[in-house]
Design a protein around this ligand. Sequence first.
Ligand code: AKB
Length: 318
Amino acid sequence: MKNVLVIGSTGQIGSELTMKLRHTYPSGNIVAGYIKGAEPKGELLESGPSMEVDITNAQQIADAVKKYDIDTIYNLAALLSAVAENKPLLAWKIGIGGLMNTLEVARELKCAVFTPSSIGSFGPNAPKDGTPQDTIQQPRTMYGVTKVSGELLSNYYALKFGVDTRSVRFPGLISYVTPPGGGTTDYAVDIYYAAVRGERFKCPIAKDTFMDMMYMPDALRAAIEIMEADPEKLVHRNSFNIASMSFDPEIIYQKIKQYVPEFEMDYEVDPLRQAIADSWPNRLDDTCARLEWGWKPEYDLDAMTRDMLEKLRIKFAK
Ligand code: AKB
């Protein structure tokens, strides 16, 4: 991997992954693809090339790939789960129409493709605890439908056309850099912002609702390591379960309270997000990722909480 196009470079994952790729491959072209209205700014704009690449426009993807001699595409364009429920057609257009455009360009111009899947690719009839790598995937959300379809489509392009497609099923991602928008797991980011701002937190997810979560540095590392993995060792491709921690709102609240004793939280459950969370697994089994490409998380809840609080305090002090 040396010349990389990141589609969706100004989003929650893209804004950090693009910078990490630029540090990891300093001699390559790491192109920040963006859509109108979400142009890169600051360090992201100044540290490397950027170009308008709307995933629904195959020509724009092909132009960027040709211009920068791209060998790997990170396809990070998607609507998150709660938004996708309200905009199902747009979710399909971006998630599947956009993926199809990306895969076709990759087939013609010979690129590898990373497209994240999610814990949301599972539905209520998958085993809840220790959800296996290969199990029933019948999600009840449009987000999940696009994720399962995306996994299948990516595997099809690998088998049929030899496109090097790879993917991980991301848990809820927690970061102090770019906030998520419209996800079911967003509460686990918002809670840290409330704690640092000295606000009382209204939790939209009910007590005892467990979901997999991950600190962004681990997620970024996973996205790069899977693309660097030895293909000979990969039994799976799209998509690998990865995991690092699972908690419910009460557990993360108590953890934050350990460092911010005055922090208070109560519940104001959002029925849409709660129904989505109830249909998702509690905890994935990531044995295959560990065995096939050496996946290993570095952050647990305590390490993540200390870092989040420290970084957000610095951010708000500026
Ligand atoms: C969401 O909540 O929609 C995402 C996800 C778990 O895929 N963060």
